[in-house]
Design a binder for this molecule. Sequence first.
Ligand SMILES: N[C@@H](CCC(=O)N[C@@H](CS)C(=O)NCC(=O)O)C(=O)O
Length: 217
Amino acid sequence: MSLILWSHPYAAYGQKASVALYELGLPFELKLVDAGDAAGMAAFRAVSPFGKMPVLIDGDRTIVESSIVVEHLDRLAGRGRLIPHDPDAALEARLIDRIVDTYAGGPMNRIIPRKFRPAGNEDPYGDAQDANILAVAWDWLEDRLGDGRTWGAGETFTLADCCAAPILTYARRLIPFGDRPRLKAWHGRLMARPSFRRALEDAAPFGDLMPAPPPVD
Ligand SMILES: N[C@@H](CCC(=O)N[C@@H](CS)C(=O)NCC(=O)O)C(=O)O
């Protein structure tokens, strides 16, 4: 049964799904979420209750929410790779996924749209609050990586890394990693991972759409 992924190659949460697909070697067909294509957008909205990507179509199943998409893909690929078999390791992978999604992806997805608001609608207080949440997330991750783990949740590449690769890459352009060497080193490993490199290559033709300066660290 062929898999269909509704996504945009530049979208962080879409990349989370495509990294998982590439990791697991699962072929898929991309359906581009293109705001300029009215018919395409109507078809996308029909499968995406909140208008969010990614959406995975697997036969007669429609799967929304990137973490659930990754869980589903891991199951399709025989289980135990992106969600470890060991229950404690699985909990750690899900924990890092939740922390990165909620406290790095969350503020990122609030700060970026505010940058496109019409003049006079700025929200410096909200921006500062969200910048602070991101900084706390960086501190928390730096501390969590203190046990010397190679990847986000241990010694194997998991859901945690599928989530972190794109979100860290974009969010550090809003709040740099600063003096957090373990976070920087983990991100360096994510950048070198072939599955994420492939996702970045998919995004490259769309240029740099991020309304923030290039990374400084
Ligand atoms: N909780 C969702 C978040 C997905 C999300 O925020 N996707 C963004 C792209 S990175 C999106 O669809 N944005 C389009 C919009 O909000 O209109 C998930 O994990 O799948």
